[in-house]
Design a protein around this ligand. Structure first.
Ligand SMILES: Cc1ncc(COP(=O)(O)OP(=O)(O)O)c(N)n1
Ligand SMILES: Cc1ncsc1CCOP(=O)(O)O
Length: 513
């Protein structure tokens, strides 16, 4: 009978990474103690006798822990030590030959890079798939480059589709570590059925770690978190009570004073900091990469705004998002003028590939650029065009593509988590006459999303949009407001003065999906 196996945390070894004074068997032992559930011995440069000797040593450890041991590429070594199975690539022995030699009781995993590979492996009876490479890696030269979580999802969805009622099992590999583990597992969930991969395969994140045991334990914690999370709100039935949830999120910010760390542009930095304070948050505007790790433990949410990009700021953004992802702190991305220049488009797509983002907030032109629509465009930082035929469908499509909440600002704001979509109809046209009002909506979302990020990021995003737009309406009605200059000051005052009762009484929201 085939051994039962658990792919949750899959260690693939590389003896070239073993630090002086340690052995591969010690690393495997520690890693299993930390939470590794399956091991593959991968020796790309060893001759047969060394590979065999290493396999026997590692097998002593895996047997002691009752964890399956698979052999990379070499069926002969697997047969010689009676390993639990093999992992084969596209250039290795064909699956049917490996199965003939090993029999039905052994585990055979197959590396796949494309939908076609996945289909062949599933139909050929592979026990699991290793889909890669997810990200670039130092561990091996990639012939085809990395696909990112969205590319892995595409292959995984096809594998699930062709496998019938009992989906094949699968992991992804390549550049996976504790910083990106949650992002990878959430972003690769199938669109239909929300089915996650079975686990993650790593080499350097454990073998080259200072403590393989700690590295494995942190990875297990992140994987458990990802299995419990979904980017879609887990309480769709609670839509009826959305108003009270918005009221609660509003109050939570006033009570808990979330620390909203911004890396934003100098044009709006002062307005965003004041808006954050007025709404009940505590603003932090620390941009340097070198301080992000120290700050991360106290950050409630992170707002990344690419308004005035430069290489130094981008380094700070990468460092901040990496730390936020490790702590599962909500990240709000404002892709200012995405699509206006190649540089911005390239940075935004790098960010969305490499990092987990909980909310994307943009104007219609920016959202069009991210979703690949030519109905709207950006001119400078403004959206131009006749508008989308189906704006709610556009935000939902981007939400499903990126697996996060999407907010599209405009005369009506549209907000979706890929399942539920809302229109927020509050706001005043004077908001469009001052610079930074869009950036301040990012701050507002950041201020409210933290409290509900892991259960209902949609509610946090709607709360931010309702609060800022109501402040705009209240400011515009004041007799002392004569135009943009006086509106700017009154806008901050009215954020400060807004009450939960006003919010509940005056919000104009409509559910569209
Ligand atoms: C779990 C897992 N997935 C993929 C691979 C890559 O295998 P392959 O394509 O055969 O490349 P090499 O490992 O031989 O370099 C893997 N080893 N494990
Ligand atoms: C074996 C393999 N196959 C695709 S990427 C890769 C190496 C992954 O190594 P790391 O986890 O260190 O990036």
């Amino acid at each position: 009978m085939k051994l039962d196996f658990d792919l949750t945390l899959y260690l693939v070894t590389d003896s070239g990474m073993v630090p002086a004074g340690s052995t591969l068997s010690q690393i495997v032992d520690e890693a299993i103690q930390g939470g590794v559930t399956i091991v593959q011995l991968r020796e790309k440069h060893a001759d047969t006798s060394d590979f065999l000797a290493q396999a026997k040593l590692v097998q002593q450890v895996t047997k002691r822990h009752k964890v399956p041991l698979l052999i990379n590429d070499r069926i002969d070594i697997a047969l010689a030590i009676d390993a639990d199975g093999v992992h084969i690539g596209q250039d290795d022995m064909p699956l049917h030959e490996a199965r003939r030699l090993l029999g039905d009781d052994k585990i055979i995993g197959v590396s796949v890079q494309t939908r076609e590979h996945a289909e062949q492996a599933v139909l050929g009876g592979a026990d699991y798939l290793g889909i890669g490479a997810c990200f670039d890696t130092q561990t091996k030269e990639l012939k085809q480059g990395s696909q990112g979580p969205a590319g892995i999802r595409d292959v995984w969805e096809h594998a699930v589709e062709v496998s019938g009622p009992r989906p094949v099992r699968a992991v992804t590999i390549g550049g996976v570590n504790s910083y990106n583990a949650v992002h990878v597992l959430i972003c690769t969930r199938t669109t239909r059925g929300n089915l996650p991969l079975d686990g993650l395969a790593v080499v350097s994140a454990i073998v080259a770690a200072e403590s393989p045991r700690n590295a494995a334990a942190i990875l297990r914690r992140q994987i458990a978190f990802a299995f419990e999370s979904a980017w879609i709100a887990r309480t769709p039935a609670a839509r009826d009570s959305i108003r009270s949830a918005i009221g609660d999120a509003f109050e939570a910010a006033r009570q808990n004073t979330p620390l909203v760390q911004h890396i934003t542009n100098p044009v709006v930095i002062n307005d965003c900091a004041n808006a954050c304070l007025a709404l009940g948050g505590s603003p932090m505007m620390a941009t340097d990469a070198s301080e992000q790790a120290d700050l991360a433990p106290v950050v409630s949410s992170l707002v990344i705004n690419i308004g005035t990009l430069n290489a130094w700021q981008v380094d700070g953004m990468r460092a901040a998002m990496k730390q936020a992802n490790l702590r599962n702190t909500p990240v709000i991305l404002d892709p200012v003028a995405a699509g206006a220049t190649k540089y911005r488009s390239q940075i935004v797509s790098e960010f969305l590939k490499e990092f987990g983002v909980h909310v994307i907030k943009g104007n219609a032109g920016e959202i069009a650029a991210l979703v690949g629509s030519d109905e709207m465009h950006v001119r400078g930082v403004d959206a131009v065009g006749c508008g989308f035929k189906d704006p709610a469908g556009i935000v939902r499509a981007l939400s499903l593509k990126e697996r996060c909440v999407v907010v599209m600002t405009g005369p009506v704001d549209y907000i979706s988590d890929g399942s539920s979509t809302f229109a927020v109809k509050n706001g005043h046209k004077l908001q469009g006459t001052i610079t930074g009002s869009g950036c301040m909506t990012g701050t507002a979302v950041g201020t409210y999303v933290y409290a509900v990020a892991h259960t209902d990021p949609l509610v946090g995003a709607i709360t931010g949009m309702v609060a800022i737009n109501l402040a705009g309406e209240h400011a515009a009605q004041r007799p002392d407001v004569k135009g943009p200059g006086t509106f700017r000051a009154a806008f901050i005052d009215e954020m400060y003065n807004l009450t939960k009762e006003q919010l509940l009484a005056e919000m104009r929201i409509e559910q569209l999906h």
